[in-house]
Write a protein that binds this ligand. Structure first.
Ligand SMILES: [Zn+2]
Length: 443
């Protein structure tokens, strides 16, 4: 049995070697992965001291196999023109959050985490698995690549019994999925590859063989080449920074199909804002997709689903936009700047009252002042003017209550009067607050 499987993979290896090495130069025209960034993550690393689980029957450690395969893959990808980011290149450990962060900060197009499987329960098992994150309908690009990868592994690596091989959601491992895929998913597609079981002694023996490691690396490589050949579609908002959208309710995305144009299957498009499907306009001649977002949200998360004509999907990455309200909430400055903003607005309020403008403008000014008084206290809990800010908030809510007769405003006003005299005892504001409280609660 051992001999048979060895011969099988040797034949496969020789064939692969032949296919990839006949004809020079290797890439006559354009490098097939030019312009593409891949993050390769060899799982684990330097865990000998405490991990006695991820180790084969003869002592080969999973993390060593992962690294050998990853280093060969790195070289193949670089030769093909890819920019390759490695989470590790030596036998060292790196936390899971760090691995995902490396993929994200480098604007990677694809995250590939290389692992091998182990079973404490059944040392006969040996088949490949590829994991993607979460729900299949939310992760089409990762699944497309995962399917190609599984096919290549099954074709080239010659597993004895492939029952159980497949592309699976990582929700099958953990209820919230794996850390690396959960944390890369909001930005880019990614997979975890598990090309066989090191807990199977026959499989462990071939995983120790560098030629077999190369065969495995070539499975990844071929799958990447196939995937990239169909284009990596992208949707990019037409602003320099997403946070610059303050006050704007129209967002335009520029779509590229990854094949030099912007041809998409129009019927597949879907756009969601905060997980609700919204309307959009698609212009197939300019490649622009326009949508209107609801300004009443503080933060709007836009996701675009689509597919190019070669069948490769846009990864529905999350684009975060801050509305005017959201932007104000996130405002960071000195407490006294926030306090001064509130004070200066009170002049505007007086002008509005004098000019007898409509009440909606008056109301929004009052709410604005409340916001800035509150922000000053949030930034610095006990600042020299916090009593004045609390009293200001209470008085403003009282005005809102008089304007609208909405009891919510009355409750807020009473709450902030109480805060003024409870939290700022002895201040000049204390007696004013008590007066305001008595007036309002009796009135
Ligand atoms: Zn692993």
């Amino acid at each position: 049995k051992i001999l048979k499987s060895k011969i099988k993979y040797l034949i496969a290896f020789v064939l692969t070697f032949f296919i990839y090495n006949c004809g020079t130069p290797k890439y006559a025209d354009k490098l097939p992965l030019a312009g593409i960034t891949l993050t390769i993550d060899p799982g684990h690393g330097n865990t000998e001291a405490y991990d006695s689980i991820r180790i084969g029957p003869s002592g080969e450690r999973e993390e060593w196999i992962n690294l050998r395969v990853a280093l060969i893959l790195r070289d193949l990808l670089q030769e093909a023109g890819a920019r390759v980011i490695m989470t590790r290149e030596t036998n060292r450990d790196l936390n899971l959050g760090g691995r995902a962060a490396i993929a994200k900060i480098n604007n990677s197009d694809l995250f590939i985490s290389i692992h091998h499987n182990g079973s404490l329960n059944d040392n006969e098992l040996d088949f490949p698995l590829v994991y993607y994150w979460g729900d299949a309908s939310e992760n089409p690009a990762s699944i497309k690549f995962a399917n190609s990868l599984l096919e290549e592994m099954l074709t080239d690596m010659k597993f004895e019994n492939t029952e159980g091989a497949g592309v699976y959601s990582d929700f099958l491992i953990y209820s919230e999925g794996t850390s690396v895929l959960r944390n890369t998913f909001p930005i880019l597609p990614g997979i975890i590859g598990e090309a066989g079981y090191f807990s199977n002694s026959i499989s462990e023996a071939r995983m120790k063989d560098k030629n077999f490691n190369r065969l495995e690396a070539q499975s990844y490589f071929k799958a990447i080449i196939r995937y990239a050949a169909n284009g990596l579609p992208k949707a990019i908002p037409m602003v320099t920074k997403t946070e610059d959208l303050i006050g704007d309710s129209l967002i335009i995305f520029k779509l590229t199909d990854g094949l030099g144009g912007h041809e998409f299957e129009a019927s597949v498009f879907r756009v969601s804002a905060n997980d609700t499907v919204i309307d959009f306009e698609w212009n197939d001649s300019s490649g622009e997709l326009s949508l209107i977002y609801d300004n009443s949200y503080e933060v709007i998360e836009i996701k675009i689903y689509g597919r190019n004509l070669s069948g490769n999907s846009l990864h529905p990455r999350k684009w975060k936009f801050f509305s005017e309200i959201g932007k104000a909430k996130r405002w960071q400055g000195k407490w006294h700047e926030a306090f001064d903003r509130a004070e200066s607005l009170s002049k505007d309020v007086n002008l509005i009252i004098e000019s007898e403008k409509d009440s909606s403008e008056y109301m929004s000014q009052l709410l604005d002042m409340i916001h800035w008084y509150k922000r000053s206290i949030e930034l610095q809990a006990h600042h020299p003017k916090s009593a004045a800010a609390e009293l200001g908030i209470a008085d403003l809510y009282k005005l809102l209550y008089y304007e609208t007769q909405n009891v919510k405003f009355k409750e807020e006003a009473l709450f902030h009067y109480r805060r003024t005299f409870e939290y700022c005892p002895g201040s000049i504001k204390e007696s004013n607050a008590k007066t305001g409280y008595d007036e309002l609660s009796s009135g």
